[in-house]
Design a protein around this ligand. Structure first.
Ligand code: THU
Length: 138
């Protein structure tokens, strides 16, 4: 799989983000080991707490469709401009909750690709971004 496609889809998904409270738009594209791409965006709520991040939207979509094994995720995000359009100008690393949700289904070598929208990519593994993670497995 060409990770450029995954990154492009993450950027495209920022346009689907529902973020009327933070005005910060995030898109994610998750590559399943079934070869399919599961996309997601952040979906906010007036009560704030029920809001969902882009990465978790993608994971929950995939799992609910029967895919539980993953190879990589691409993430893009940034604040909106005066017209409400997302601006991707910096890297958008996943929050702690999303890292933990990824750890439920992904190995330590799962790839996390971040883009700053200018063509620069930062690549991490889940093991790097969530070391010594909690798990019930022995
Ligand atoms: N957000 C994500 O979608 N993913 C992250 O990993 C970090 C934050 C969203 C949540 C909220 O809708 C907005 O970005 C501002 O925090």
């Amino acid at each position: 799989m060409d990770y450029k496609l995954l990154i492009d889809q993450a950027i495209e998904m920022t346009a689907r983000s529902y973020a009327p409270y933070s005005h910060f738009h995030v898109g994610a594209a998750l590559l399943g080991k079934d070869g399919k791409i599961y996309t997601g965006c952040n979906v906010e709520n007036a009560a704030y707490g029920p809001s969902n991040c882009a990465e978790r939207t993608a994971v929950f979509k995939a799992v609910s469709e029967g895919c539980r094994e993953f190879e990589a995720i691409a993430i893009a995000g940034g604040p909106e401009d005066d017209t409400g359009k997302p601006q991707i100008k910096d890297f958008c690393p996943p929050c702690g909750v999303c890292r933990q949700v990824l750890a439920e289904f992904c190995d330590k070598d799962f790839k996390i690709l971040l883009t700053d929208g200018t063509g620069q990519i930062k690549e991490f593994t889940l093991g790097q971004l969530l070391p010594e993670s909690f798990s019930l497995e022995k």
